[in-house]
Write a protein that binds this ligand. Structure first.
Ligand SMILES: [Zn+2]
Length: 178
């Protein structure tokens, strides 16, 4: 039983870029801040900054008693969409759906942005997501919209509290399945 926390994208894959900000830089920074809030009694695995998603997935072996989260940022292309969303697999187990809801509740509360809720891959219009097929309690959190200046200003202002609250969700779900 462990927590698996990874930053979406890696050093050679920026992800979304907007207003001079790169998604990979933000996911790595936030991942590291969250890790600092996870208490030492929890077992944590994380990606490294050069690893592709498939390299990470091949290296980790989450198993059914795990809590698995990957962090991303959303982008609409218009700069106007706002809010936080979490994605789970189609027909996900109830724990993964609850986990996703807890994550968007925490992020929307801290950032005071729209809670877009938990969505399945099918509803997300993104097609199949590799990460959400790992076993265990599993979710992918889109913190906010990287191309929305107001979202990112709120993210900057509340960064530490956001990291602390996401860490609390991870520890709470790890406790649940112990
Ligand atoms: Zn992404």
């Amino acid at each position: 039983m462990a927590i698996y926390l990874s930053a979406g994208h890696h050093l050679k894959d920026s992800g979304a870029v907007s207003n001079g900000r790169k998604e990979n830089g933000e996911t790595i920074k936030l991942r590291d801040a969250i890790l600092n809030f996870i208490k030492p009694e929890y077992k944590v695995f994380t990606d490294n900054d050069n690893e592709t998603l498939s390299q990470y997935l091949n290296r980790i072996k989450p198993g059914n008693g795990s809590v698995v989260l990957e962090i991303h940022f959303d982008a609409s292309g218009t700069g106007k969409a706002s809010g936080t969303t979490a994605l789970h697999k189609d027909n996900a187990d109830i724990m993964s759906v609850r986990f996703c809801k807890s994550l968007t509740d925490a992020a929307s509360r801290v950032l005071r942005i729209n809670n877009r809720g938990a969505k399945s891959e099918k509803d997300s219009h993104r097609g199949s997501l590799a990460f959400v097929h790992e076993p265990g309690i599993n979710g992918l959190l889109e913190i906010c919209f990287i191309d929305n200046k107001e979202d990112m200003a709120r993210y900057d202002t509340n960064f530490m509290l956001l990291a602390k609250n996401i860490a609390a969700v991870l520890m709470a779900y790890d406790d649940l399945i112990k």
